[in-house]
Write a protein that binds this ligand. Structure first.
Ligand code: IFM
Length: 443
């Protein structure tokens, strides 16, 4: 084995990520309740090609094979999410033992394979019953979430140390309630802002409840963040970047890490400001054992303050997201300067390309390898600059259901042939296995 030219600290963790609705399928099996994503996908016109997560990667039945594949890649950690409606079909009340057994067996198999489970409690599949009671814009949903979180730690906390409450609260609120692109598909800024507040509140309540019954867990939250950059450096461009930062990222980071909403963004959103109760901000700002970051691309603005989409002359993935590794370094160093941070983990990073299974039985995806190399290199540079990042998880382990884009975007380092459910490790998967084995990148 060659010596890595770019090596990582001992104990740096290499993993892969997935999410329940995107891979599990079995949407109505073994007592699972309906989620907002089932309802959204079953509504004509919402998802490209009419795709649904009904079957997805059939991981619910094929998980032993998937754990074996993780072992072949040498993964040290696996981040997956729990489908809340598999545990509480109605969101609260009666527990579904079959759902608990599924995750319990998965955790045991991961541990037996030497793979550390990292659980996300909410990756967007709210029980439909709670949506009908008002969903995230309703304060009571936060309390239902905290009860569910406590239940999961009671059930699995003896074996699982790493927990995150939410994946990407920006998507849970703004993308889902203001931009209408994700379930439940509403377009109302006021609802979105209130939903954002309640996800943060739910996070705080859940951390308290989880830690009250198990002090040994390591708990955090995962945010989707971008490096914000401009083609020019002027007072106007700096003001714009600050405004966008506060509106999209500070809106979550500041309550979590400073126990306050960012002032400029609050003033801008005054007419739709969320209703807070006394003590909410203190509750939200529970100490974090770690903060997860999902990063795929940067946002670049021209000298008119318009976001450049696409960025002229740059390479883009199938999501029309710019490939720009240095953006990750810029994001990490900016966070380091702006906030008192707990240890960081990159919980999602990866790229969708048009992969094909070729007659040699392989999937040759050199563009994904280049993408991953570029971002992992940028991450290593951020470590050099003193940012405390403890691990990297590739998105995704498997090709899967990419929300409103259905199955049209392939993000996996493992190819899934959906008609047969055959899995094939892509070239990028073999490359990533080497990175893990060498704890770094060899040229
Ligand atoms: O597939 C999603 C994932 O569910 C959340 N983060 C971004 C990924 C790619 O769009």
């Amino acid at each position: 084995m060659s010596t890595p030219t770019l090596s990582f600290p001992n104990h740096f963790v290499w993993g892969a990520s997935t999410a329940a609705y995107q891979i599990e399928g079995a949407w109505n099996e073994d007592g699972r309740g309906e989620s907002i994503w089932d309802r959204f996908c079953h509504t004509p016109g919402k998802i490209e090609n009419g795709d649904t997560g009904d079957v997805a990667c059939d991981h619910y039945h094929r998980w032993p094979e998937d754990v074996a594949l993780m072992k072949r890649l040498g993964l040290q950690a696996y981040r997956f999410s729990i489908a809340w409606p598999r545990i509480y079909p109605q969101g609260r009340g009666t527990l579904n033992q079959a759902g608990i057994d599924f995750y319990s067996r998965l955790v045991d198999a991961l541990l037996a394979a030497g793979i550390e489970p990292t659980i996300t409690l909410y990756h967007w599949d709210l029980p439909q019953a709670l949506a009908e009671a008002g969903g995230w814009p309703v304060r009571d949903t936060a309390y239902a979430f905290a009860d569910y979180a406590e239940t999961m730690v009671k059930l699995l906390g003896d074996r699982v140390q790493n927990w995150s409450t939410f994946n990407e609260p920006w998507c849970v609120s703004f993308l889902s309630y203001q931009l209408g692109a994700h379930a439940p598909g509403l377009c109302d800024e006021k609802l979105a802002v209130q939903a954002a507040h309640h996800t943060l509140l739910a996070h705080g309540l859940a951390l308290q409840a989880m830690r009250a019954i198990n002090t040994g867990i390591k708990a955090g939250i995962v945010l989707n963040l971008w490096s914000l950059e401009s083609v020019e450096d002027t007072p106007a461009s700096r003001a714009l970047l600050e405004r966008v930062w506060q509106r999209d990222q500070g809106w979550f980071l500041d309550p979590l890490l400073h126990a306050e909403y960012p002032l400029l963004a609050w003033q801008e959103r005054e007419p739709v400001a969320p209703q807070l109760q006394a003590g909410d901000l203190k509750l939200i700002a529970q100490p974090l054992d770690w903060l997860g970051i999902n990063n795929y691309n940067r946002q670049l603005f021209d000298n008119q303050g318009q976001r450049l989409r696409p960025v002229p002359g740059a390479e883009h993935t199938e999501m029309t997201w710019e490939v720009y590794g240095p953006g990750l370094r810029h994001l990490l160093t900016t966070l380091h300067q702006r906030y008192p941070l707990p240890p960081l983990y990159i919980i999602e990073n990866g790229a969708a390309f048009q992969d094909q299974l070729t007659p040699d039985g392989c999937v040759h995806d050199p563009r994904r390898i280049n993408y991953l190399r570029e971002y992992i290199t940028a991450l290593r540079e951020a470590l050099e600059e003193g940012v405390d990042v403890r691990g990297y998880f590739v998105w995704s382990l498997l090709d899967n259901f990419e929300w409103a884009f259905g199955y049209s975007k392939r993000f996996g380092v493992i190819y899934v042939d959906y008609p047969t459910q055959r899995r094939v490790i892509k070239d990028s998967g073999h490359w990533y296995a080497q990175v893990i084995a060498q704890n770094g990148i060899a040229e």
